[in-house]
Design a protein around this ligand. Structure first.
Ligand SMILES: [Zn+2]
Length: 493
């Protein structure tokens, strides 16, 4: 079904600062690139939020009938540390901490990333390329930029010459509205000052000593590619020199995406991307999430309930539902109260959907289902407004309850539209995992665990701590985690 033909999807383009009508380069096809994770630590909730926003965007484009090539990379080399330690990128630094090979670090955290995304029911991207798999492409782009006068070699490293780029009539800073003179004045150079002509120049290639394990041969000696360059190399390879959508977290706007634009314009003579999209931050209890302040919870800790911030465990479905109640360009704040409220709302939505099969049709409709359906599309066509969509879905649940209570009526056809639309938006577009099909086994398992919790409560009442602990530990060994709270014991599977 090609719904997009009668549809008017608008999306907010960071470049113009406006919502624009989406018009892909090739009719019916969409090329989308999203900057993936740097796999040197566990994926954090902020990343999950960013990738979930693009998962829903991907899902909605598919739902509209577009043929989408969605490329999301894995950064497994070249991402320097924030402290500008040029000898160690993030992988080398972490490998020293964990006493593992850098590629073991990459493997460990790539697996973690995939597991977490699977847990949250993400669709796989169509291509997931790695930086280390595209060293040759990055070297070739660097050679081209040197040949065209946009980059220079210095002490075995290669830097992009920002001033030269501007002199040739382009504007470094166009995406984030930065002025190059101001940037020069405010730059605190940590990244090889002595090698660069100007402090704002950024590395396309970094030389590396033999102590650096992750290094490759190049025309400039052994080294590794710069982080910004990998995205230009991979997006170009799989989506072409000009593609539709490029996304990422707003923290990547500068310098990462700014550098990508400069590299592409220098290499190909034109803008690489038609629509730049950026997601906002995630906070917890009103504060920035950060390991150093301790205001921090990992995705699996939130699901498992083993953290000090949330009184119970929450299913991945509830967390997804909670996240999508905020628009992707707004700050999302999570808290225990927000999650509990989301769980109640989620259950209400699921109960409504379950009731759909039991509705009795009438010969006439007293509600306008067509109008309601249009409102659902209108919300998503307005820059993927998931909170408004969710409000409309609850309106649908209200209709179900009114018809069920015989206060309103719907025809067979209208019930079918209501059902089809709710299912499409809840499961296909918002990406809620439909657990109905496996509910029989889940119900049985839930029953068994609840029985064991009751037995454990009895053991505790009799002060039989050994048995109580044994039940908890043996359940934990099978992956069922019990959590004691003030309202009794909850569990996560
Ligand atoms: Zn990137």
């Amino acid at each position: 079904m090609q719904i997009y033909k009668n549809n008017s999807l608008h999306l907010y383009n960071t470049t113009s600062g406006k919502k624009e009508l989406f018009s892909p380069i090739s009719d019916g096809n969409v090329g989308m690139y999203v900057c993936g994770p740097t796999v040197y630590s566990n994926v954090h909730l902020g990343n999950v939020r960013t990738f979930m926003s693009f998962d829903v965007i991907y899902r909605y484009l598919l739902h509209l009938g577009y043929n989408v090539r969605y490329v999301r990379n894995i950064t497994d080399a070249g991402h320097l540390t924030d402290d500008g330690d040029v000898e160690n990128d993030r992988f080398v630094k972490q490998s020293k901490l964990e006493k593992l090979e850098p590629m073991e670090i990459v493997q460990k955290y790539t697996v973690d990333f995939h597991k977490v995304l699977q847990e949250f029911n993400f669709l796989e991207p169509t291509i997931e390329p790695t930086a280390t798999g595209h060293i040759i492409e990055q070297i070739e782009l660097t050679q081209k930029m040197i040949a065209d006068g946009f980059a220079y070699e210095s002490n075995g490293s290669v830097y992009f010459n920002v001033l030269e780029y501007n002199k040739k009539g382009m504007n470094y800073g166009e995406l984030s509205n930065r002025n190059v003179e101001e940037l020069f004045a405010n730059t605190r150079d940590l990244d090889g000052q002595s090698e660069k002509k100007n402090p704002q120049d950024f590395a396309l290639w970094k030389n590396a000593s033999p102590a650096h394990i992750m290094r490759w041969n190049s025309p400039w000696g052994a080294g590794f590619p710069g982080w910004h360059l990998e995205c230009t190399a991979m997006s170009t390879k799989y989506l072409g020199e000009n593609f539709d959508i490029h996304g990422g977290g707003m923290d990547l706007k500068f310098p990462h995406h700014e550098c990508e634009i400069a590299q592409a314009k220098a290499s190909f003579g034109h803008s690489p991307v038609n629509y730049w999209m950026h997601t906002n931050m995630l906070t917890m209890n009103g504060l920035r999430m950060s390991k150093s302040t301790g205001n921090y919870v990992l995705p699996m800790e939130l699901i498992g309930g083993n953290n000090p911030f949330f009184e119970k465990s929450f299913s991945a479905n509830v967390i997804r539902f909670c996240f999508l109640q905020a628009h992707y360009r707004s700050v999302l704040d999570i808290s225990n109260d927000a999650m509990v409220a989301a769980e109640k709302g989620f259950n209400r939505l699921m109960e409504g959907i379950a009731l759909l099969d039991k509705l009795v049709a009438s010969s006439t409709s007293t509600l306008s289902i067509q109008n309601w359906k249009e409102q659902c599309y209108k919300a998503m066509n307005d820059d993927f407004n998931t909170p408004i969509l969710i409000a409309n879905l609850f309106e649908g649940v209200k209709y179900i309850n009114l018809v069920n209570d015989k206060k309103e009526t719907l025809t067979v056809d209208d019930i079918a539209i209501l059902k089809e639309t709710l299912n499409a938006f809840v499961f296909d577009v918002l990406g809620i995992k439909n657990v109905k099909s496996s509910s029989n086994n889940t119900d049985k398992l839930t029953g068994v665990v609840e029985m064991l919790i009751t037995m454990r409560d009895e053991a505790r009442a009799n002060k039989n701590w050994a048995l109580s602990d044994e039940i908890r530990d043996k359940l934990a060994a099978t992956g069922v985690i019990l959590k004691d709270g003030k309202d009794g014991t909850s569990f996560s599977i």
